[in-house]
Design a binder for this molecule. Structure first.
Ligand SMILES: [Ca+2]
Ligand SMILES: [Ca+2]
Ligand SMILES: [Ca+2]
Ligand SMILES: [Ca+2]
Length: 387
């Protein structure tokens, strides 16, 4: 009788906890850092003007100055093509893309893009503008870099350009990361190419590694701006423009998102000490932080119970409650998570002394453990459940 009462009360307490957890706000996943401006895959072939947020300002070539084409080296890729100069007449063409969210003043972001050419014959300028509709003048740049006829790069540095010593290759994708500091109005620039510059490299002019905005204002940077100046012949193409508004980001957005939970879920980290070390020192969080928001709290319990893997013996990953790495979500995962001492104590970095598990934590843990033990005994004896 005592066991029946205990079993019933255990189930009741479990149901109550589960019901209470479901009333808590569901945690939102963190937004991806890179936001795509354009990969041109969804665009129609032909002028980019008026596609999405793109505007091509009417120069000598009209709105055909910038066109979406199929990559001449990859039939499965679409790119943006800067049309050639007509009749050897120097012309300046420009276009801009209004950002859905600007890089606000006082914040740091990273602009990524890659370009490729078979001839460095003119200046093609890239960057961000603080003007609502940048058009017809170089003065509309703030953060700005350009390639040059010598196959190098010039960085806008306040009132002029600073040339950096770099030997850009022809016919190779050149990836560019511009870390744009709209607090101090400075830009730092990194490049990497497919073969000739295989390591990501910060470009400097001697000891100088930061370059000032064209003017330096208190305005948000609200447009990706590109200007092609002077004679331009040959193939010049642009692809994969991304912006991260959250700060410096030197990863390659073309690599796709890296899943930080993969080592926890792919069977490569099952040793308890190594697993805890990864969670503590790489993910910078606690065991049990299923939604990886830096804390272990009731939001994680909602998260894992909603996934519905508890004691089902179905395959589960970290986000479904498998914190000890045995591939399923069971009571042993609660032991690992609550023993870590992070439940409802806030972000790991903010906690200097690891506290003992709280009384409520232990009660919850004991309830879950006794529920499981009694269910197993009941199952073995073939008793019918009546509660
Ligand atoms: Ca593309
Ligand atoms: Ca600023
Ligand atoms: Ca969490
Ligand atoms: Ca487990």
């Amino acid at each position: 009788m005592f066991r029946r009462i205990l079993r019933c009360s255990s189930k009741f307490v479990g149901a109550m906890i589960f019901s209470l957890l479901l009333t808590l706000p569901f945690p939102q996943p963190a937004p991806a850092a890179w936001e795509s401006i354009d990969t041109f895959e969804e665009r129609s072939l032909g002028s980019i003007h008026d596609q999405g947020n793109w505007v091509v300002n009417e120069g000598a070539l009209g709105t055909d100055a910038f066109e979406v084409i199929v990559d001449p080296t990859d039939a499965n890729n679409q790119v943006m093509f800067a049309a050639e100069t007509i009749d050897n007449t120097p012309n300046v063409e420009d276009m801009f893309f209004e950002l859905d969210r600007p890089l606000e003043d006082g914040t740091v972001g990273t602009l990524y893009f890659r370009f490729r050419t078979d001839a460095f014959e003119s200046h093609i300028n890239f960057g961000l503008s603080d003007v609502a509709e940048p058009t017809g003048t170089w003065n509309h740049f703030e953060a700005q870099i350009r390639d040059n006829q010598d196959g190098g790069l010039d960085f806008r540095d306040g009132g002029g350009f600073t040339n950096v010593l770099v030997d850009l290759p022809l016919d190779e994708w050149i990836s560019v990361w511009m870390v744009i500091d709209n607090a101090d109005d400075l830009t730092q620039n990194y490049i990497q190419t497919e073969a000739s510059i295989p390591e990501q490299t910060q470009l400097t002019a001697g000891a100088q590694d930061e370059f000032a905005f064209r003017f330096g204002t208190d305005e948000p940077l609200n447009n990706f701006f590109l200007r092609a100046g002077g004679n331009h012949f040959g193939e010049w193409i642009l692809d994969d423009i991304y912006l991260d508004l959250s700060g410096e980001n030197l990863t390659d957005p073309n690599d796709g998102p890296v899943d930080p939970l993969a080592p926890l879920d792919d069977g490569s980290l099952t040793d308890p000490t190594e697993r805890a070390d990864y969670v503590h020192n790489v993910l910078q969080t606690w065991m049990g932080d299923a939604n990886v928001d830096g804390e272990f709290n009731s939001g994680d319990l909602v998260f894992v119970f909603t996934a519905g893997k508890y004691e089902t013996n179905e395959a589960a990953g970290w986000a479904q409650g498998d914190w000890d790495g045995d591939g399923a979500f069971g009571s042993s995962d609660f032991v690992v998570a609550f023993s870590d001492g992070g439940y409802e104590v806030g972000p790991r970095q903010a906690v200097r002394a690891v506290p003992e598990p709280s009384g409520l934590t232990l009660l919850l843990l004991a309830g879950l453990m006794s529920q499981r033990a009694l269910r197993q005994k009941s199952h073995k004896r073939g008793q019918a459940s009546f509660c």
